[in-house]
Design a binder for this molecule. Structure first.
Ligand code: HBI
Length: 367
């Protein structure tokens, strides 16, 4: 029987919770927090001021946001703004850490990894993206070496992008509250693309597909890079596309469920692809480049299609085969593999492993 843990979750510093700026990690943090509370653990979330979640206790920390890691070059130095929110959040952690059994870091930033040896309490690091910079790769490998089991990833593909990892991998996959998504057996003649509108997500290929096939494309997600979006609109003025903004889950799924398929056209190694399991939960097949996390989610030919990366003809061919896919089977895969309970089990197992090895190292040091 697992005893009740005192958990401190430290959020991403790129945006307040509820704004969509945190991308997938915001949904992940919310779902894991919900699961831990349901399993009678005690939980506190440390997040940027302006975070608007209810039912989950949040300590709101002020300060200047961290710039998003994917906008930087691989060789860039680590940057910290003045009055850094990230630094302020970890100063708070330092003040209270002795009250907690485990700290869980959700930020893809150098500081929390660097501070790990200076903290009394063990830290679990949920690594939310693939390798992006040498500085992050280096500090992540250092934590992996010194603190085995403390790194959690969403997929093997994502973990494989980091050089020098040797301790056993903890792959969390991900999970969603499937009850929030309504199955739709009969879609409209339309496709959907969801994600932060930013170059690494490759929206232009989905728009090119829509233009070529003249199938309407619904687009949702945070408009992160305005000039990138404008360029796409200029390149494909005739494409039957419609941008619907960043919608909360309940409204987003109302649109997704009526679509023939979700398109995933990402350029980078997507760590996981939350939108893929959200679509499956609606019974919507996923057509994705065979790159990163989605390659471990989609059962090719069963719940969607895996396409040669960056091949628009490959996307066109996959769309023409959609009647081979059972929408019921898509929903079923979400219910069995990607439920909140399945994610909660994987996280509890990971946290338990860290706490067990932390206890053992204390016993050894007391000998
Ligand atoms: N960038 N610096 C930084 N820190 C983060 O925590 C971060 C990010 N970019 C994107 C991001 N987190 C999330 O959208 C992804 O982890 C999903």
């Amino acid at each position: 029987m697992i005893k009740s843990w005192k958990l401190l979750f430290v959020s991403t510093p790129v945006g307040a919770l509820g704004t969509g700026l945190g991308g997938g990690v915001e949904l992940t943090l919310h779902n894991i927090a919900q699961q831990m509370l349901q399993r009678h653990h005690q939980l506190q979330v440390v997040a940027p001021a302006g975070s608007t979640w209810e039912h989950i206790p949040i300590v709101q920390i002020p300060g200047n946001l961290q710039i998003i890691a994917q906008s930087q070059e691989r060789t860039d130095a680590i940057t910290m703004p003045e009055n850094s929110l990230l630094a302020n959040m970890w100063e708070y952690v330092h003040e209270v850490e002795s009250e907690y059994d485990l700290i869980v870091n959700f930020a893809y930033d150098w500081l929390p990894f660097y501070l790990t040896p200076f903290c009394q309490s063990p830290i679990a690091h949920l690594v939310s993206m693939g390798s992006l910079s040498h500085a992050m790769d280096g500090i992540i490998a250092k934590v992996d070496k010194k603190f085995p089991h403390t790194l959690g990833f969403h997929s093997y593909h994502q973990a494989a992008t980091f050089p020098g990892l040797n301790s056993p991998l903890h792959i969390l996959s991900n999970g969603i509250d499937v009850s929030l998504y309504d199955f739709c057996p009969q879609p409209k003649q339309q496709l959907v693309w969801i994600g932060r509108i930013s170059p690494e997500k490759g929206l232009e290929d989905a728009v090119a597909l829509s233009y070529k096939t003249n199938i309407p494309l619904k687009i949702m997600g945070k408009l992160q890079d305005e000039s990138y979006w404008q360029q796409i609109c200029q390149d494909y003025p005739q494409a039957p596309i419609e941008y619907l903004g960043f919608l909360p889950t309940t409204q987003m799924q109302k649109i997704v469920r009526e679509c023939q398929a979700l398109l995933m056209t990402h350029r980078w190694v997507e760590a996981f692809g939350n939108v893929a399991i959200e679509a499956l939960a609606c019974g919507v097949p996923v057509i994705s480049y065979e790159r990163g996390g989605p390659a471990e989610i989609i059962q090719d030919g069963e719940t969607g299609f895996l396409v040669t990366p960056d091949s628009i003809p490959g996307l066109v061919e996959a769309v023409s085969r959609l009647d081979e896919i059972s929408r019921h089977r898509c929903r079923q895969q979400a219910e069995t593999e990607f439920s909140l309970e399945a994610l909660g089990d994987r996280c509890e197992k990971w946290f338990g492993k860290i706490l067990a090895s932390a206890v053992r190292s204390v016993e050894l040091s007391n000998k």
